[in-house]
Design a protein around this ligand. Sequence first.
Ligand SMILES: Nc1ncnc2c1ncn2[C@@H]1O[C@H](COP(=O)(O)OP(=O)(O)OP(=O)(O)O)[C@@H](O)[C@H]1O
Length: 246
Amino acid sequence: MTKDTPAPILIDNLVLAYGQHRVLDGLSLQVPAGSITALLGGNGAGKSTTLAALLGFVRAQSGTVLVAGVDPGMDPDAARRRIAYLPENVALYEHLTAAENADYLLALSEERKERRIITDAFAAAGLQERAWDQRLGGFSKGMRQKVAIAVALLREVPVLLLDEPTSGLDPRATVDFNALVAAVRDRGTAVLMVTHDLLSAADVADRIGFLEAGRIVEEVAASGPERFDVRALHARFAVAAERLAA
Ligand SMILES: Nc1ncnc2c1ncn2[C@@H]1O[C@H](COP(=O)(O)OP(=O)(O)OP(=O)(O)O)[C@@H](O)[C@H]1O
């Protein structure tokens, strides 16, 4: 990978409106390979819309969106083949077991793996062995996410999108989840995480971007001289959220 390699997630000057309502207004954001960016912002700031644009669910009025070099507006299927996506409520099949879910989801994306490879990924994701052949019906949110992230790990895609992944997780499950996301990052994946959880973002992200009025108003780094101060950020973020709610 050279310095000149384009970032797998590349958004430049994106303008996107629902009817008359302009939600993204000149949004620019790049997530390089092997890094995690957390996108924070108040309710309705456009975080999920940003993910929808990357997934090709919504089309922009102007600007550039590229997923590993593919424009999701032009070829949404090709873009989605390059993305592992965990929506806020992970969609899995309740009547199938964890292993059957993984098998089925991998078959859908034409990336079937043998059982041993699937169960190795479950183990890496921290899903207990006794859950591998249980139906999803009784699984907690944390367990569902482990299944989903195991599938994401197996797909070996360049981009991972996470929508509010730690909402509803207890602190232990949040720490475990963040460790998993860091492991995915360390394999070279570009990770974009939408969240309200500043502490969790500060724990795992390399960069945090604040979305307000349809664009990134501030971006901070997790290491080096620009390393952010979580308390100062929290104070600023709370003020921004109040301003949006007003
Ligand atoms: N399909 C849609 N049609 C019309 N308006 C929409 C649609 N989806 C989202 N919006 C509006 O766009 C704005 C941005 O919504 P979005 O879901 O992207 O925000 P968000 O930052 O993810 O919010 P939250 O933190 O509450 O999940 C909101 O005002 C929302 O009502």
